[in-house]
Design a protein around this ligand. Structure first.
Ligand SMILES: Cc1cc2nc3c(=O)[nH]c(=O)nc-3n(C[C@H](O)[C@H](O)[C@H](O)COP(=O)(O)O)c2cc1C
Length: 456
C-alpha cells in the first residue's frame, strides 16, 4: 500500500442507442423514444447516486452501402428537450448533453445550457464535440466546410464566447426591488471579435447555479486532447482498458500544468459496459450471449465492409475472411467515425489473427470490436472498477447498458452497494450541483481565489 489518497469512484449512465452495443432486438428491450424510457434510466441512475445521465449526439442517420443503416437503433428526440424534461423528474442527478460546436452558435449554446442549469438547479453539463464528417455537415447551411484543425479552433472560440456570456452578468444583477421599481441592474455588453465570431451581445440570463455548466470533451486526436486539457472539466474516452486507460490518463493530466490547472480539475471517464452473474462462469456465459446478439451475422459483414470498402454480402459470416483486397472506399459507411486509416494494413492484421486463432468472420468481429467490459459477480465488478480508479486508469466510468431502459437496474441494485462497502462510492449526495458531485470548484470561486493569490 502507498500513501496515495483513496479516490472516490465517479459513475455516469449513458442512455443506450448508439452503435451495436444496444441490443434492440432483445425481447426485454423497450422504446428508444418514449419519455418513460429516459425517465426510468435517469431515475435508476439517481437511485444509484450517479454523478450524471449522458446523451450522445447523432445528427445524421448513418448510411451503409447507400442505404440507412438499419441494423442499429435510429431516431432520437432532441437532447435539450429530453434533458429539460428529465430535470423535472430528478432532483440531484447531473444532466449531460453532447452538442457539437461546429454547427451551433455560441449565443444559442450559452442560452440553452444556462437554461438547463437554471431549470435543473445546477445540474447541466455540455459534452463539446466537433462532429467528425462533412456528411453530417450537409445538414447545415455551411455544410462540412471545416477541416479538423479548424473545427477545434472553432470549438475553442465557441467555448470562450459561451463562457464570456455566462460571466457577463454580475452576481447581484437581479435586484427585484419592488419599492424602488428596479428589476435588474444594467447588463454589460459582451463584445467578441475573433476568427470565427464577431459578436456584440447582452446575454439574456443571470448567472446559473453552476456559473459554468460542466464541460466534457470527447475528441481523441492531439488537438482534441489539447482542447480538453485547456478547457474541459471531464473527458469522455474510449480508452477503457487498464494499460490503455493509464496511458491516456497520464497523457491528458500531464497536459494540464501548462494551462495552470491541477490534475483533479479534469476527470477522466472511459466508456464501459458490464455483465453481471451469480458466478463468474455465469457472467461469462451471459457476456458471450450478449456479444452474439450485438454482432449478428449481418452486423459482422457490415463491419467487415467498412474496412474492405466493398459489398461483401456474398460471404458467409461463419466462414473465413475474404481473400480479396480492400477497395479503400471511405464512402461505404457514412456518419460514423472511420478508424481504419489504412484498410489494407487492417485487413492483413485481421486475416493473420483469424488464421492464428481459427476465427470465422463473426468471431473475429466480436473480438476486434470489443470495448471495455466488466464481467463477473457484483463483488468482482466493484473490485475491478475500484482498481481501475485507484490505479489511475480512470476517475470513473460512463456506463453503457445494452438494454433500454432496464439495463442499469441490476448494476444499481447489486454493484453500487459493493462499491459503497469498499468505501469508494458515496452513500448519499452531499451537494446539490453536478460540480459538487464531481468535486469541481465553482468557476467564480476559482477566479476569486486566484485573484486573491495574485494580490497577496
Ligand atoms: C468517446 C467518444 C465519444 C464521441 N461521441 C460523439 C457523439 O456523441 N457525437 C458526435 O458527433 N461525435 C462524437 N465523437 C466524435 C468527436 O466529435 C470527434 O469528431 C471525433 O472523435 C474526431 O475528432 P478527433 O480526431 O479529435 O478524435 C465522439 C468521440 C469519442 C472519442
Amino acid at each position: 500500500m502507498t500513501d496515495k489518497p483513496h479516490k472516490p469512484v465517479h459513475l455516469a449512465a449513458h442512455f443506450p442507442g448508439v452503435n451495436n452495443t444496444t441490443v434492440w432486438s432483445d425481447p426485454a428491450s423497450g422504446s428508444q423514444i418514449d419519455f418513460a424510457s429516459f425517465a426510468h434510466l435517469a431515475r435508476t441512475a439517481e437511485r444509484g447516486l450517479f454523478d450524471f445521465f449522458f446523451l450522445a449526439e447523432g445528427l445524421r442517420l448513418r448510411e451503409h452501402l447507400g442505404r440507412i443503416h438499419d441494423l442499429d437503433v435510429v431516431g432520437r428526440p432532441d437532447t435539450f428537450t429530453v434533458l429539460n424534461a428529465l430535470a423535472g423528474v430528478t432532483g440531484k442527478l447531473g444532466l449531460a448533453g453532447t452538442i457539437n460546436s461546429t454547427y451551433n452558435e455560441p449565443f444559442e449554446l450559452a442560452e440553452q445550457f444556462a437554461s438547463l442549469d437554471h431549470l435543473s438547479g445546477g445540474r447541466a453539463a455540455w459534452n463539446v464535440v466537433t462532429s467528425s464528417d462533412a456528411f453530417t455537415g450537409e445538414n447545415f447551411r455551411r455544410g462540412g466546410y471545416l477541416e479538423h484543425g479548424q473545427r477545434y479552433r472553432r470549438a475553442a472560440e465557441t467555448v470562450e464566447v459561451t463562457r464570456a456570456l455566462w460571466d457577463s452578468w454580475a452576481a447581484d444583477s437581479l435586484v427585484v426591488d419592488r419599492q424602488a421599481g428596479i428589476f435588474a441592474r444594467e447588463v454589460p455588453e459582451t463584445r467578441h471579435r475573433g476568427a470565427q465570431f464577431d459578436i456584440a451581445a447582452r446575454f439574456v440570463l443571470p448567472p446559473s447555479p453552476q456559473g459554468h455548466p460542466v464541460l466534457l470533451q470527447a475528441g481523441d486526436s492531439d488537438d482534441g486532447r489539447e482542447f480538453g486539457a485547456a478547457t474541459a472539466d471531464a473527458i469522455f474516452t474510449g480508452h477503457g482498458t487498464l494499460e490503455d486507460g493509464q496511458r491516456f490518463y497520464t497523457d491528458v493530466k500531464g497536459r494540464l500544468a501548462k494551462y495552470g490547472r491541477s490534475p483533479d480539475e479534469l476527470k477522466i471517464f472511459p466508456a464501459a459496459t458490464f455483465v453481471l452473474g451469480e458466478t463468474e462462469a455465469e457472467a461469462q456465459e451471459r457476456a458471450r450471449h450478449i456479444r452474439l446478439q450485438q454482432v449478428g451475422p449481418q452486423t459482422a459483414i457490415a463491419f467487415l465492409e467498412q474496412v474492405w470498402g466493398r459489398d461483401l454480402s456474398g460471404y458467409d459470416p461463419d466462414g473465413p475472411l475474404p481473400d480479396v483486397e480492400p477497395a479503400d472506399n471511405p464512402d461505404i459507411t457514412r456518419g460514423r467515425v472511420r478508424h481504419a486509416k489504412d484498410p489494407r494494413a487492417v485487413a492483413e492484421a485481421w486475416r493473420a489473427r483469424a488464421e492464428a486463432e481459427r476465427l470465422s468472420i463473426r468471431e473475429l468481429i466480436i473480438e476486434v470490436t470489443a470495448r471495455q467490459q466488466f464481467v463477473g459477480t457484483p463483488a468482482l465488478i466493484a473490485e475491478q472498477i475500484d482498481t481501475y480508479v485507484q490505479s489511475d486508469a480512470a476517475d470513473g466510468f460512463i456506463l453503457v447498458p445494452h438494454l433500454t431502459p432496464h439495463g442499469l437496474d441490476e448494476f444499481v441494485d447489486r454493484v453500487v452497494p459493493e462499491l459503497q462497502e469498499r468505501g469508494s462510492f458515496r452513500t448519499e449526495y452531499t451537494g446539490t450541483t453536478l460540480r459538487d458531485h464531481l468535486g469541481l470548484r465553482h468557476p467564480h470561486h476559482r477566479s476569486t481565489a486566484r485573484e486573491g493569490a495574485k494580490a497577496s
